[in-house]
Design a protein around this ligand. Structure first.
Ligand code: SF4
Ligand code: SF4
Length: 137
């Protein structure tokens, strides 16, 4: 894919938001690829973790926000445990999902009231909290 780069894109406001929300320094990644190599679900992702970080470094959050990667990530922290720079890709995914979901807050994937009726009596508490956190931001 051919990308156009500009200083404005690289300093994009949304990139700053992703760093603030995730607590991660995107510039710390030096593209060694260990995160992608160790991810147990990378085959299901349309952009590998290291690739996603590179797009963000280059000022193209749109590509990562539209990818299935941020929804496929299972938050297992395997990538973070392998990263020589201490980058937590799952935290970056948390931030990206929050940005997507806050944009479409009028159309949440999980309705808390509905969830309460259907699941709360049977589902594990952590599962309910996790679903709301992951799917509703
Ligand atoms: S936290 Fe997400 S990206 Fe990292 S290894 Fe696990 S599933 Fe893959
Ligand atoms: S393991 Fe860390 S430094 Fe290496 S590509 Fe992944 S995020 Fe970047």
């Amino acid at each position: 894919m051919r990308l156009r780069l500009s200083g404005e894109q690289i300093r994009d406001e949304i990139i700053g938001r992703i760093e603030t929300l995730s607590g991660q320094d995107l510039g710390a990644c030096y593209q060694c690829g260990k995160c992608s190599a160790g991810c147990p679900v990378v085959e299901q992702m349309d952009i590998a973790p290291s690739e996603a970080i590179r797009y963000l470094q280059l000022g193209h959050p749109d590509i990562v926000l539209d990818s299935n990667t941020i929804w496929i990530c299972a938050s297992c922290f395997q990538c973070a445990s392998r990263c020589p720079k201490g980058v937590e890709f799952s935290s970056i995914c948390d931030a990206l999902r929050a940005i997507v979901l806050r944009k479409r807050v009028s159309d949440p994937k999980v309705d808390a009231d509905e969830l309460a009726r259907v699941m709360v009596s049977d589902a594990p508490q952590m599962g309910v909290v996790g679903a709301l956190r992951k799917l509703n931001g």
